[in-house]
Design a protein around this ligand. Structure first.
Ligand code: GDP
Ligand code: IMO
Ligand code: MG
Length: 429
């Protein structure tokens, strides 16, 4: 038995979905542990593209169980839509294939309304959230007034909670944010109807996982977002409202931390970020545009153009510590093909000092300048490479620099969006 956590080491969109899909071949179960439909995980299998926001990226495999853990915030409308889309694609999702934790918190219309109105009110100071109600839903979880999946199965409890919450939310929405108040009746009607669709999937995910682990099954934990969007360890306040770091795979699913055997960090071969916040290696030039174009760097959830820059190894080095990474998967290496010179950031200079970690103060981080190591690029098409030997020497050297600077070995190299466009250096499972 071996369990593996897939975690983003940057600011999300590293290619976690592709790697999870690939590794599901060796897993019995795939489980999401945090985040919600702010995530957009893209897989390309036999030329068909799938984007998942809530359903774990292992769902394309028959006979493998996918689970949504207690740490996830679930918008039932999005989940049902995702299941319908899969059905249209010929993949029927039943309770043998998918479970939804009884303890997961539910995104309500007032969460979305608050998220959107609050961002609008912040104007230029906005965080650039996905507007999906993620932050306000986690706020209610911590304030102990959230609606959980299990509440959807009890009309009385749901009615009481929604009415009580709306008293407060409507005051805040209308009096403070200048937005429209919401009526509880249509919300209850809609959510109770959706509950009927979801009932067969609702389960105690912690018990299910425990059963599988006791039988020796392999579990794959699928992180959403990335380490530097972590509410505790990221570029606060330009972060999401959950803990993407690997340790949360235990809390967000209800298993012990001793069950997390291998932590696989996903590293995009360059850096991207959607939304606001400091970005030391950002490129506002032709090279940035080249990467953005070739990498098709548009958000899988909101369609926003992703900001692009050189690979920031200070960020990845921090992620090695914060997650306890065992190995790395380097993705989108093919995107760098054609650039004459490549740079990777190996330190920051700030106020006359050179540092090799990301400062906590955003003011200080805003003042950081990158220290670059430069190297020659490669011009050869690498998208058909299936072994390390088939990569040009300069590409191999680029990988070597990542390994040297982070101290973590590379187990996977991805050279294209398809499942097959992959070099497995060492099986991480
Ligand atoms: P995630 O959120 O971490 O799952 O990543 P996204 O799906 O948001 O973004 C990654 C994008 O890059 C998707 O469109 C993938 O299909 C694509 N992708 C993943 N790996 C590779 C790769 O090695 N090369 C190229 N060219 N595209 C890739
Ligand atoms: P995946 O799983 C990239 C970013 C948003 C915003 C900040 C807060 O696909 O890697 P939120 O809606 O979570 O309150 O927004 O976090 N963000 C992501 N950026 N990939 C993601 O997910 C993200 N999920 C949230 O753009 O800056
Ligand atoms: Mg994404």
């Amino acid at each position: 038995m071996s369990n593996l956590v897939v975690v983003g080491t940057q600011w999300g969109d590293e290619g976690k979905g592709k790697v999870v899909d690939l590794l599901t071949a060796k897993a019995d179960m795939v489980v999401r542990y945090q985040g919600g439909n702010n995530a957009g995980h893209t897989l390309v299998v036999e030329g068909r593209q799938f984007i998942f926001h809530l359903i774990p990226s292992g769902i394309l495999y028959k006979g493998k169980k996918c689970l949504i853990g207690n740490g996830v915030v679930v918008d039932p409308e999005v989940l049902i839509k995702e299941m319908e889309n899969l059905k249209k694609a010929g993949i029927a999702v039943d309770s043998k294939r998918l479970s939804l934790s009884e303890r997961a918190h539910i995104i309500m219309p007032y969460h979305r309304a608050i998220d959107i109105a609050r961002e609008a009110a912040k104007g230029r100071d906005k965080i650039g959230t996905t507007g999906r109600g993620i932050g306000p839903c986690y706020e209610d979880k911590v304030a102990r007034c959230g609606v959980r999946t299990i509440d959807l199965t009890d009309p009385e409890v749901l009615g009481e909670k929604v009415r009580a919450n709306l008293k407060e939310k409507n005051f805040y929405l209308s009096k403070f944010l200048g937005a429209e108040p919401l009526d509880p009746a249509p919300i209850l009607e809609q959510y109770l109807a959706m509950a009927e669709t979801l009932k067969p999937f609702i389960s105690d995910v912690s018990l299910e996982l425990d059963g599988a682990l006791k039988k020796g099954g392999n579990v794959l934990f699928e992180g959403a977002q990335g380490t530097h969007l972590d509410i505790d360890h990221g570029t606060y306040p330009f972060v999401t409202s959950s803990n993407p770091v690997a340790a949360n795979a235990a809390i967000g699913t209800g298993i012990g931390p001793n069950q997390l055997h291998h932590i696989l960090g996903i590293v995009k071969a360059y850096t991207t970020r959607v939304g606001a916040g400091p970005f030391v290696t950002e490129l506002d030039d032709e090279t940035g545009n080249y990467i953005q174009d070739r990498g098709k760097e548009f958000g899988a959830t909101t369609g926003r153009r992703r900001r692009c820059g050189w690979l920031d190894l200070v960020v990845v080095h921090d992620s090695a510590r914060l997650n306890g990474l065992n190995s790395l998967a380097i993705t989108k290496l093919d995107v760098l093909t054609g650039l004459e010179r490549l740079k990777v950031c190996v330190g920051y200079t700030v106020e006359g000092e050179t540092i090799n970690y990301r400062p906590s103060s955003m003011k200080r981080m805003g003042g950081c300048k990158p220290v670059y190591q430069e190297m020659p690029g490669w011009q050869e098409d690498i998208s058909k490479a299936r072994t390390v030997d088939q990569l040009p020497k300069n590409a191999r050297d680029y990988i070597k620099v990542i390994e040297d600077k982070t101290g973590i070995p590379v187990s996977i190299i991805s050279v294209g969006p398809g499942r097959e466009d992959t070099i497995v250096v060492k099986e991480p499972f």
